[in-house]
Design a binder for this molecule. Structure first.
Ligand code: ADP
Ligand code: ADP
Length: 213
């Protein structure tokens, strides 16, 4: 995105002159305190709203996007595999056609045994893994994660961070991960974009060496 501003009705300037380039295959974190405009930046990238000024450019056409929210937002009346099937269903593909893809991705997140379970039978961390599986199952070019672990207890969060680090190699997609946790951003990402507390200006960019060889 280039020279992007986002102002809300009532005058809040959530982002000011934000510039950000994301390269194919990057796993980047947007790091900053609450209210600095991280979610606003993600929503602009997702196309859920438009910038007040500036533009968001896509090389090679607009990408299909998978999104992981802070709340896992699963359909409670549907099984795990039916929840993961949702993005395919929206594209008009039959379950039989994509069953193998669904089971592969459930295996990747360690939930292959829970395909027929309902969300209420799962822990918070497991629900989050279903949500991650659903975001990656169609192999979107870009996956957006908005503080996905913020609502979880610290032990579960720590475990999911380790899982996601392992998963990272297998996702084969570009990821933008929003967090206010310095630990999470350093642990997970290749690049950290630090956003200042003042209207969303990107103040610093850090490149992180992979934590493991
Ligand atoms: P973060 O994700 O970093 O916590 P947000 O992007 O949610 O920050 O919010 C940035 C600023 O914009 C905050 O001051 C917030 O109150 C404001 N804001 C966010 N969404 C709206 C909205 N829909 N209407 C008005 N103000 C908003
Ligand atoms: P997060 O911490 O995940 O960024 P927030 O609590 O800041 O979430 O925002 C939750 C929702 O409320 C978002 O949809 C955001 O757009 C909206 N929101 C945030 N601040 C305001 C505001 N000042 N006025 C109206 N809507 C807001």
């Amino acid at each position: 995105m280039a020279a992007v501003d986002k102002a809300f009705a009532g005058g809040t300037l959530a982002l000011q002159d934000m510039n950000l380039t994301v390269n194919e295959g990057d796993f980047i974190s947007l790091l900053g305190p609450s209210g600095c405009g991280k979610s606003t930046a993600l929503r602009l990238i997702a196309g859920l709203m438009h910038p007040t000024r500036g533009q968001i450019r896509w090389e090679g056409g607009e990408a299909e996007i998978g999104v992981v929210f802070q709340e896992p937002t699963l359909m409670p009346w549907a099984t795990v595999e039916q929840n993961v099937y949702l993005p395919f269903r929206l594209k008009g593909q039959s379950f039989v056609q994509v069953r193998d893809d669904i089971h592969l991705v459930l295996k990747l997140v360690g939930l292959e045994k829970f395909a027929k379970a309902y969300p209420r039978e799962l822990s918070g961390g497991m629900k989050m893994r279903v949500s991650i599986a659903r975001a990656m199952v169609t192999r979107p070019r870009l996956i957006l994660m908005d503080e996905p672990f913020a609502a979880l207890d610290e032990i579960t969060r720590h475990k999911l961070n380790k899982d996601l680090l392992e998963l990272k190699e297998k996702i084969a997609s570009t990821v933008i991960f929003v967090t206010h946790s310095v630990f999470e951003s350093v642990f997970l990402s290749d690049r950290i974009v630090v956003m200042a507390a003042r209207p969303g200006r990107v103040s610093t960019e850090l490149t992180v060496d992979a934590p493991y060889p």
